[in-house]
Write a protein that binds this ligand. Structure first.
Ligand code: DGL
Length: 269
């Protein structure tokens, strides 16, 4: 038994796609979420900057007394986590391993597509992990820098989305992948448009969903679940406007979060 919260963070709203799954699979757990909305996007920044941001995000969540941390950000998971994992004394889980594990299980023709932010693709983390599981798998990667601003502005499935999806996914579709990893936690919000473009035969993998499954297994194995009969179990923190996070965040979670979001000064962590 461990009644402390699970800490989850992302550069902005994207990590809420993971939070939604954690809420579903682990309904008794309380969650502290941090969205670094004043410094989003992470995906176009250097590894040094992503490392610095990731460290301060973790320090903030630790100050909230969390029992474990989920990096619900493909960028920080692939560019920073391998370098900082040992620096903190709580378990820290990223989205890469869980997503890779699901994709490797899923593919039949051994062709996996990976889309993510420029920093994620540059890190090569997804292909590296996939090859570790099965060197015979071919991967096809593509950075999609315009997807995050599309999502942050609510263009989940519009004409603009369709155009950009075509631009970014044309080559991956032509390569004949049967599995596509949405390597950024913002991307599940575009799943409808992406799936329509890729076709029924292509399975989309959402690492946020996979990390929630992994977390459930881990919490059960380690007997670290919470048993507090607490109604008010979710708190959200941002480093910029509370109002815009409440508005769009509600759409990500498909539930109101008005009144549950506070602003913090992340530069002081
Ligand atoms: N949601 C993020 C990810 O998974 C970050 C996007 C960004 O900040 O560029 O990569």
């Amino acid at each position: 038994m461990d009644n402390r919260s699970i800490g989850v963070f992302d550069s902005g709203l994207g990590g809420l796609t993971a939070v939604k799954e954690i809420m579903k699979l682990l309904p008794n757990e309380s969650i502290v979420y941090f969205g670094d909305t004043s410094r989003v996007p992470y995906g176009t920044r250097s590894r040094e900057t992503i490392l610095k941001y990731t460290r301060s995000d973790i320090r903030f969540l630790l100050s909230c007394g969390v029992k474990m941390i989920v990096i619900a950000c493909g960028t920080a998971s692939s560019a920073a986590l391998p370098h900082i994992k040992e620096d903190f004394n709580v378990p820290i889980y990223g989205v890469v391993d869980a997503g890779v594990y699901a994709a490797v299980r899923e593919t039949k023709n051994k062709k996996i597509g990976i889309i993510g932010t420029p920093a994620t693709i540059k890190s090569g983390a997804y292909t590296r992990y996939i090859k570790k599981y099965d060197p015979a798998i071919d991967t096809f990667e593509r950075a999609c820098p315009l997807f995050v601003p599309l999502v942050e502005n609510g263009h989940f499935d519009t004409k603009v989305t369709e155009l950009i999806v075509d631009e970014y996914l044309r080559d991956i579709r032509a390569a004949g992948v049967d599995t596509l990893i949405l390597g950024c936690t913002h991307y599940p919000m575009l799943a409808k448009a992406i799936s329509r473009y890729m076709g029924d035969g292509v399975k989309l993998i959402s690492p946020g969903q996979e990390v929630a499954r992994f977390l459930k297994k881990k919490i059960n194995e380690d007997n670290r679940h919470s048993d507090i009969p607490d109604e008010d179990r979710y708190s959200f923190f941002v480093s910029d406007s509370v109002e815009s996070f409440e508005q769009l965040g509600g759409k990500f979670l498909e539930q109101e979060i008005n009144g549950h979001v506070k602003r913090i000064d992340i530069e002081s962590y």
